[in-house]
Design a protein around this ligand. Structure first.
Ligand code: FE2
Length: 430
């Protein structure tokens, strides 16, 4: 048999080493030691890590790469970012949104990021961004799974037209129901929005992913309502709560009651460490809160946790490069997750855990899974995060769709080897 692709001598995230992976007709056909067969292309992994693709569970593709339009965020706060986005919205064109989104998707693919859940703002009566991102979703489908969330950025009740717009966006094919209860006018409105939005999801058989309690206010407790509604409506395993930054500041006793409720309801938690650490704590003097939600404690409760990039060069965040290893790296630091086990968990939070939340079919490295994977210039997950390792090859359905040369450091030091491995600084034989 001739395979489409064979990758030789790969390390896998589960700790197995020296394995060959064969792909045929877009699917993984075998993962074994010593596959001796013909293939259209053979890659030597050289003992480096082969991983399932990165997955970004929380992004804003309608705003990405718009940095500086029409001006920069001076305060660095969430609220100025929302106001700035509101200034830009009337001037958006479908062509510009599509062009920026496609450029971002190219960047994402080059980083081995082959699935993205993006929120799309529905608080524009034209639904321009919705149409634009649905078009992007169609165009990138051969190489990237894009899932869209109907997101009422300016408030489901607070923004005139958002109630109707959200339904129209879902009618057009947007996949997931979003929300922003902490931005409604009152706590009561926020709780009511959670109830109504979950009911819409239940009626339509959809998933829910809400921006929930993205604030330093420890009394912002919409996650409690979200867990309650999830259970009441039988939405277990179909609901995710994004950000949850208020939990960083909550009373410990209250959290000890809240987390079992979330676990019981099967609500997944999504943190966005790069954004949480720069957006939250802006009203503090010292000590300044870090904002990221309580990931280690939720993990211990068996709550499914994942990390999103959230923003790249937009009204909320000036940096970012589509690199989910950078996201995991920040999470390790902000969450004090430095044990070997915790660092591997942070890798799972940008790969298998978000894939599970998105419901991606055929995700993984077992025979029968999609032939989608990334070859990294690192021996294991921890080294990959430490180095933000080069993506030597990105494979989609058995085809190599992006390649980056291995990084080799050339030193010009007297009496020392002049080529070294960037992971260990050990000499490389020429
Ligand atoms: Fe967000």
């Amino acid at each position: 048999m001739t395979f489409d692709l064979i990758i030789r001598n790969a390390n896998l995230p589960d700790g197995r080493t020296g394995l060959d992976i064969a792909i045929k007709d877009g699917r993984i056909a075998a993962v074994e030691h010593g596959i001796h067969a013909e293939a259209s292309r053979i890659l030597d992994a050289g003992g480096y890590l082969v991983s399932p693709p990165f997955v970004d569970i929380h992004f804003h593709m309608d705003a990405t790469l718009s940095l500086g339009l029409p001006r920069l965020n001076q305060s660095g706060t969430l609220l100025e970012g929302i106001a700035l986005w509101g200034e830009l919205k009337p001037f958006l064109t479908p062509e510009a949104v599509i062009e920026r989104a496609l450029r971002y998707c190219d960047l994402a693919v080059s980083q081995g990021l082959l699935a993205i859940r993006s929120h799309v703002d529905i608080c524009d009566d034209r639904l321009l961004a919705v149409d634009a991102l649905l078009e992007v979703k169609r165009r990138v489908a051969p190489y990237l799974d894009l899932q869209l969330v109907a997101f009422p950025q300016d408030g489901y009740y607070r923004s005139p037209g958002a109630v109707d717009n959200l339904r129209h966006a879902l009618d057009k094919g947007v996949d997931v129901v979003g929300g922003i209860p902490h931005f409604e006018r009152t706590m009561a409105d926020g709780a009511a929005s959670v109830r109504e939005l979950c009911e819409i999801a239940a009626d339509r058989g959809l998933q829910v992913d809400m921006h929930c309690d993205e604030t330093d206010d420890p009394l912002s407790r919409h996650i409690e309502s979200l867990a309650y509604e999830t259970k009441r409506l039988g939405l277990q395993s179909r609901v995710a709560a994004s950000h949850l930054t208020s939990m960083h500041s909550m009373d410990n006793y209250y959290v000890s009651k809240l987390l079992p409720l979330m676990a019981e309801a099967g609500v997944a938690a999504i943190a966005n460490p790069l954004i949480n650490i720069v957006i939250q704590g802006r009203h503090d003097t010292y000590p300044k809160r870090r904002g990221m939600t309580r990931i280690p404690e939720m993990r211990d409760q068996g709550i499914v946790c994942a990390f999103g990039h959230d923003c790249v060069m937009d009204p909320w965040y000036s940096l970012g490069s589509g690199d989910m290893l950078e996201v995991a790296h920040m999470a390790i630091h902000v969450g004090h997750m430095t044990s070997r086990e915790a660092m591997r968990f942070c890798y799972d939070a940008v790969t298998i855990n978000p894939a599970r939340i998105m419901g991606l079919e055929g995700y993984g490295l077992e025979p029968g899974c999609n032939g989608d994977l990334v070859l990294l210039q690192a021996k294991d997950q921890i080294e990959a995060i430490r180095l933000k390792a080069s993506r030597l090859a990105v494979v989609r359905r058995g085809q190599v769709i992006a390649e980056t040369p291995a990084r080799i450091v050339h030193l010009q030091l007297d009496g020392r080897p002049n080529k070294v491995d960037p992971a260990t600084y050990a000499p490389i034989e020429i």
